[in-house]
Write a protein that binds this ligand. Structure first.
Ligand SMILES: Nc1nc2c(ncn2[C@@H]2O[C@H](COP(=O)(O)OP(=O)(O)O)[C@@H](O)[C@H]2O)c(=O)[nH]1
Ligand SMILES: [Mg+2]
Length: 315
């Protein structure tokens, strides 16, 4: 069994060596451990540093493409390199390499396809009260939408089986953490968690420049991935609510017209017509969304089948 540990990097010259040195050299049930660095257009000396470190594999981009892009490009590279298990970790030495065995173990035993290392966020000193609060709310929303039980949805310390790596798709360029959990939920990929500890913070987060942009971008990301998988239901039920309100208003207008003159209620007739039309248009959009969703499902299944042929073990 081959384990590849992938590390997406953006300007990590200061911390990457420490992170690499902390990785385990042996893990029970694993015959070979390799390291893959994805250098995402770093403008510092990250590339030179990792070359000097003689890591097994480097993928490098001359221009920054974003963490989610680097993450999924990393998974593909690991599949090409015949990985059976893939671990993703951060380059700033936030996660402790000694916990990799706990991430990998359920995958080796065939008990799980994705394992997420969950932090006790309450105990992390450098997380502000607001970050802890938002992290909890975000994880709760992701749990609800994905039907999973992940208490730390933004943890980047995770292991994937080869099969999970072949099934996951990239739907945004900012973050993969929430996406992959929601996808796992909808695609019935088995997902479990294991408690982990983190190192004291080494540098401020690059992904969280300001709380507002962090929340905004993650919220948009969650809505977009949810709509990819549940577009028909969302649009159909929105249309139904509009239609029911429009219908009731219309009935009220007619009822008032029978009893006495309803000419004074012309505004409610206009509103009723608008709501009924919007509801009807929503039904049509829901039908189109459903057709697009069917095409997506077929493409996802074909991609998975192609991946299985492409990444079939050669020996
Ligand atoms: N490929 C890529 N990696 C990034 C980018 N920004 C941050 N990273 C990497 O993503 C990981 C997590 O970033 P970090 O700044 O520690 O965010 P935190 O998870 O909020 O602490 C680290 O390995 C970074 O090097 C980026 O734009 N592209
Ligand atoms: Mg960090």
């Amino acid at each position: 069994m081959k384990l590849i540990i992938q590390i997406p990097c953006f300007n990590e010259e200061e911390y990457i060596c420490k992170t690499i040195d902390d990785l385990p050299k042996k893990v029970d049930g694993i015959d070979k451990i390799e390291i893959l660095i994805i250098n995402d257009g770093s403008t510092d000396n990250t590339l030179e540093v990792v070359k000097n470190k003689k890591v097994d594999h480097i993928v490098t981009y001359s221009k920054q493409k974003g963490l989610a892009y680097a993450f999924s490009a990393g998974l593909n590279k690991c599949l090409e390199l015949e990985a059976d298990v893939i671990v993703n970790t951060d380059a700033d030495n936030q996660y402790q390499g000694s916990f990799i065995k706990d991430l990998v173990s359920p995958i080796i035993k065939n008990e799980s396809d994705i394992v997420i290392g969950v932090r006790d966020t309450d105990a992390i000193e450098h997380f502000s009260a607001i970050k802890k609060f938002l992290q909890k709310i975000g994880s709760r929303v992701v749990r609800y939408l994905s039907g999973t039980t992940v208490s730390d949805a933004t943890s980047g310390f995770r292991a994937f089986s080869k099969d999970a790596a072949m099934r996951l798709n990239r739907y945004n360029s900012y973050t993969y953490t929430l996406d992959t959990i929601i996808q796992a939920g909808y695609k019935n990929i088995t997902l479990s968690t294991t408690p982990i500890e983190t190192n004291p913070d080494l540098r401020p987060s690059r992904l969280v420049s300001s709380t507002f942009t962090y929340v905004f971008r993650n919220a948009i990301g969650i809505i977009r991935i949810f709509l990819i998988y549940r577009s028909f239901q969302t649009i159909f039920y929105t249309g139904l609510i509009l239609f029911i309100f429009g219908f009731l208003l219309g009935v009220r207008y007619l009822y008032l017209g029978f009893i006495h003159d309803s000419s004074g209620n012309i505004q409610s007739l206009i509103l009723s017509a608008i709501l009924l039309t919007s509801g009807f248009v929503s039904f049509l959009v829901a039908v189109i969304a459903d057709k697009i969703s069917t095409v997506r499902q077929i493409l996802e299944e074909k991609t998975y089948k192609i991946n299985k042929i492409l990444f079939k073990r050669k020996n």
